[in-house]
Design a protein around this ligand. Structure first.
Ligand code: HXC
Length: 510
């Protein structure tokens, strides 16, 4: 018996060594942790239960039968993050470059199936050279099985990808179908084809960083939702994110102890909006002052900064926040901000996370760039996403809510439950100057008349009361009491039930 126990221990030891000491050292030298070290940091201490430690590939081509390392390049299993269950796979670059064989894919599929069955998130740590070249179509079939599960799990359990190394070819498409992708600066890349292929096909010379590094994907392409300085920070931040997320689409938001009072009044908010309507202010200040303990987890911080998306808690419960940012492009809606916010709203709705919207929007960005880029279709995404969302929706208009963008930003007409406005709100088809220039074109040569018309328009429309008269605004509230009002609103909506007509699925403008 003792011998068998010893043999088990020896085999485990061998499996834990992955691709061996030299490759582990090379991984460390690049500033990367190993697959197992990453899991250790991600999960609660001692909570990891591993599956399939002794799985080995079955390929016999290209001399592969002589190289059958335990685990086949991916560590899989489950554990907890602050006591809540998650499933995890972590690709081991030290074993055949973390490449995906048929058996490697089967290991990932097994934990995805378990996650779906048991209603817990899937976290994938990606560090892989893509399809295992020696396995040919078997590897592609393996990828295909993972993709199909990504699709079926979408909207059922949260799926989060950490990209912590090169991700090429098939390796980018599985993360692309998950809810969130995070990268590590300088050590992670995502591209369909690497710089060498790009050079061959298009004659374009580009570095890996420029082609698919963290800053490219967080600032330009929006493929990634955030980037961190190193593996340790990325894993710690992922734990923080998971704390905000429901375990599945039926579990409801997590409820955590909170150390803040729901009726906290913030007098400083009374002066947040400047007297001059053309002056910007930082909408993040409002978010931080409303959130429990000022804790805000921002998603896509570096992309389309004219809109802010992320998670806060109110009375210990997660809430998704969408807010126009007057500091960037005056907070207007454009292609990028519409896409960014629409995807976020749909995530929240899929997982029953209530949505809080702060509005200060002068309209849609005009111009050929926007029109030719399909601005109409992309703007419609956000409109569609808000209108189909059946979760509790609370909206606060702080200043401008002009034109179509007023309708889009979770207006009463899109079935928001509570629509509040600050006294500084201006709810109109457009700003006074633009409106006057159109409806009083004949007087354009007379500055005095134009000034009078503009003043008249401002008096009539540059306020929240016309909308309040019609019940489109439920209440005009004091800025200082925003947290109190919003907390009470969401508390009253905890049993909200609203269903859309039966359909197979909708046809959101993609
Ligand atoms: C088998 C692979 C591999 C792969 C890397 N390795 N990628 N083995 N299949 N796809 C092995 C290497 O042979 C090497 O083995 C070890 O992993 C480390 O790789 P290095 O090249 O030494 O590392 P590095 O210099 O850091 O470069 C990493 C890399 C590069 C950028 C990922 O290895 C690379 O370009 N690999 C190929 C990427 C690729 O074209 N993949 C196929 C994509 S097509 P030894 O034994 O020497 O340590 C695809 C289709 C799927 O994925 C489509 C589904 C829709």
């Amino acid at each position: 018996m003792k011998d068998i126990l010893q043999e088990l221990e020896n085999r485990r030891q061998e499996a834990r060594l992955g691709g061996g000491a030299a490759r582990i050292e090379a991984q460390h030298k690049r500033g990367k942790l190993t697959a197992r070290e990453r899991i250790e940091l991600l999960l609660d201490e001692g909570s990891f239960e591993e599956f399939d430690m002794f799985v080995a590939h079955r390929c016999t081509d290209f001399g592969m039968e002589k190289n059958r390392p335990y685990g086949d390049g991916v560590v899989t299993g489950w554990g907890t993050i602050n006591g809540r269950q998650v499933y995890v796979f972590s690709q081991d670059f030290t074993v055949l470059g973390g490449s995906v064989s048929a058996t490697h894919a089967q290991k990932i599929c097994k934990i995805m199936d378990m996650a779906m069955q048991n209603g817990a998130p899937v976290i994938g740590i990606n560090d892989s050279g893509g399809a295992r070249i020696q396995e040919g179509v078997d590897s592609l079939a393996g990828y295909g099985e993972v993709f199909q599960r990504n699709i079926e799990a979408s909207g059922v359990v949260p799926q989060i990808s950490l990209v912590m190394g090169p991700c090429a070819g098939g390796a980018v498409y599985s993360p692309a179908m998950t809810d969130f992708i995070f990268m590590v600066r300088d050590t992670s890349y995502m591209f369909v084809t690497g710089p060498d292929v790009v050079k061959t096909v298009t004659n374009e010379v580009v570095s890996a960083e420029d082609l698919g590094g963290a800053s490219t994907h967080t600032r330009k392409s929006s493929v990634a939702d955030g980037a961190f300085e190193n593996d340790v920070e990325a894993l710690a931040e992922l734990r923080r994110l998971v704390d905000f997320l429901p375990l599945n689409n039926r579990a409801g938001v997590p409820v955590r102890p909170f150390f803040d009072t729901p009726d906290r009044v913030e007098p400083s908010l009374d002066t947040l909006v400047p007297d001059n309507p053309n002056m910007p202010y930082d909408m993040k200040e409002l978010i931080l002052k409303v959130a429990d303990e000022g804790d805000f987890y921002e998603i896509q911080e570096d992309f389309a900064r004219n809109i802010i998306t992320g998670f806060i808690r109110l009375e210990g419960r997660s809430v998704g926040v969408v807010a126009n940012q007057p500091m960037v492009l005056a907070g207007c809606l454009d292609i990028d901000s519409s896409r960014k916010a629409a995807r976020f709203v749909r995530f929240c709705d899929a997982f029953e996370i209530p949505i809080l919207t702060f509005v200060d929007v002068p309209g849609f960005l005009p111009g050929t760039g926007q029109e030719h880029g399909g601005g109409i279709k992309h703007g419609a995404k956000l409109l569609f996403a808000y209108g189909e969302a059946t979760v509790p929706k609370v909206t606060v208009i702080t200043r401008k809510a002009y034109g179509g963008a007023y309708d889009v930003m979770s207006s009463k007409h899109l079935r928001a439950d509570f629509n509040y406005a600050w006294p500084s709100a201006e709810i109109a088809v457009m700003g006074a100057k633009g409106a006057t220039e159109i409806i009083h074109r004949a007087d354009l040569g007379d500055p005095e008349k134009i000034a009078a018309h503009t003043k008249n328009y401002e008096d009539r429309f540059a306020n929240p009361f016309v909308a309040a008269e019609r019940g489109f605004i439920d209440e005009v509230i004091q800025p200082r009491s925003t947290r109190v009002r919003v907390c009470r609103a969401f508390a009253s909506l905890r049993n909200k039930k609203r269903a859309l007509p039966w359909k197979k699925h909708d046809n959101i403008p993609l």
